[in-house]
Design a binder for this molecule. Structure first.
Ligand SMILES: [Zn+2]
Length: 467
């Protein structure tokens, strides 16, 4: 179905207008005989005037219509929406044409609104079927090239993809006696909130009046403000392109300036804080470095002190070693000197003893010595015929300068040891002396027990021969 048709004489006629837009009445074309050769403005196929069950005047294609006619497959809903838009435009005092096609076919508008002075044209497109973003942008561009503004209208229940990508609105079918409403696509800027608020309950007539009077125009929302609040649904939605007033555009710009100023201020604050933080960190680093250097210095001082202490200790030990060495050498010297002195004393003592022994033996004549030998040897010879061997050459320090007497090679006793050397006598060996005087002399020294001493009562003086 279509609302427009080409009349062979009157040209383009419009079923939605009482005079069909050209001073003709509906009855002049509806069910007249002979039939008037009306054609479709798009496909030029034959059409005929018709009234639907809902009393809607329109044109229907004659049988054998071409499948590619733009208007052919549109739904009744689509047509009703187009009719609605056209009616409101006309109510606002503008001219509205339905189903208009560009001479060169570059565009085909559902409703084309024109100011009476033809200064401005606005196309309204009722878009019910799905369309790609590229397609709808392309078609929008074609209108723009012809200096025609466009508003895409969706009667869908929910948001369609292309909404807000091209100048567009979403409308709601009147229900419960209410009129058509714009529910999406229009917004006002709230400076206090710094956000766009959707006008989601706007009367369609009001919207069309605003558009026609240039009170609302498409506006590319600044990137920061694309979250739009929908009061009725209590939700946010992202919108790029909206219909709004110049005042709101100005408010958005003013808010953007304020925001940028605040952001700049905040950036400066952050920069200040950053600088302060940097200075603080640098100061901290400086302090840490100073502390490190101080600790290093203290460490070196301690190390140097330790080194000096160690050296002092080593020096001290060396001194003590030297002192010990000197002491040891002195002691060694003293010990040697003492030993030498003792040796000398011993030699002196031996010399004295030797002298004493010489004197001791000089007291006797060889005869007296023989007397003593005989006195010792005589009884043994008489009793046992045992000989006693006297070894005068063995009379030395070891026998206290006495003459050792042997019996059968065993020491039998010592004759007349020197009283000055008795301490040298072998122990328990009998000591033979001449008489009681000599025995007493030896016993008096305390060096020899009296029981060991044997004497023979020989006279002290030599018995001169009487001859
Ligand atoms: Zn057609």
């Amino acid at each position: 179905m279509t609302f427009a048709a080409i009349h062979p004489e009157a040209g383009r006629i419009d079923a939605t207008l009482d005079d069909l837009g050209c001073g003709l009445s509906w009855s002049a074309i509806y069910k007249v005989r002979p039939r008037i050769a009306l054609t479709c403005p798009d496909c030029e196929h034959g059409v005929h005037a018709k009234v639907s069950a809902r009393k809607l005047k329109h044109f229907a294609h004659d049988p054998g219509r071409p499948a590619d006619c733009a208007w052919l497959n549109e739904s009744l809903e689509h047509h009703l929406l187009k009719l609605e838009l056209a009616t409101r435009i006309r109510d606002a005092g503008w001219h509205a044409e339905l189903e208009v096609r560009a001479d060169d076919g570059t565009w085909r508008a559902d409703v084309l609104a024109s100011a009476h002075d033809d200064s401005r044209r606005i196309a309204s497109e009722a878009q019910l079927s799905p369309i790609t973003d590229d397609d709808i942008r392309d078609r929008t561009e074609r209108y723009r090239n012809e200096d025609i503004d466009v508003c895409w209208v969706s009667p869908a229940e929910t948001t369609v993809r292309w909404l807000s990508k091209v100048p567009s609105i979403r409308v709601r079918d009147p229900k419960d006696g209410r009129s058509w409403e714009v529910v999406d696509g229009v917004a006002r800027f709230d400076f206090q909130q710094g956000a766009w608020i959707a006008v989601d309950d706007l009367d369609l007539t009001q919207f069309i009046l605003w558009v026609l009077n240039d009170k609302t125009t498409p506006h590319q929302v600044l990137p920061r403000y694309r979250r739009v609040w929908f009061p009725t649904d209590q939700r946010y939605g992202r919108r790029q392109l909206i219909w709004t007033s110049q005042r709101s555009v100005g408010e958005e710009a003013r808010h953007e300036v304020k925001r940028q100023r605040q952001e700049e201020w905040r950036r400066q604050q952050e920069e200040k804080e950053r600088l302060a933080e940097q200075q603080r960190q640098e100061e901290e680093a400086r302090l840490r470095e100073a502390q490190r250097l101080e600790e290093e210095r203290q460490r070196k001082i301690r190390a140097e002190a330790d080194r000096i202490r160690r050296e002092e200790q080593l020096r001290q030990w060396a001194i003590e070693d030297e002192q010990r060495r000197i002491k040891r050498e002195a002691e060694e010297r003293q010990r040697k000197e003492a030993a030498a002195a003792a040796e000398q004393e011993r030699l002196r003592q031996e010399q004295l003893e030797f002298q004493a022994a010489k004197r001791w033996w000089k007291e006797l004549s060889p005869t007296q010595i023989q007397e003593l030998h005989d006195a010792v040897a005589g009884p043994l010879w008489k009793k046992e015929a045992t000989r006693v061997a006297f070894k005068r050459d063995e009379a030395a320090a070891a026998t206290a300068y006495g003459i050792p007497a042997y019996v059968r090679h065993r020491l039998y006793g010592i004759l007349r040891p020197s009283p000055a050397s008795l301490h040298r006598l072998p122990p328990a060996v009998p000591v033979f002396v001449r008489n009681g005087r000599e025995a007493q002399l030896i016993a008096d020294t305390g060096k020899v027990d009296a029981t060991r001493i044997v004497h023979f009562n020989l006279p002290d003086h030599e018995q001169m021969p009487l001859i």
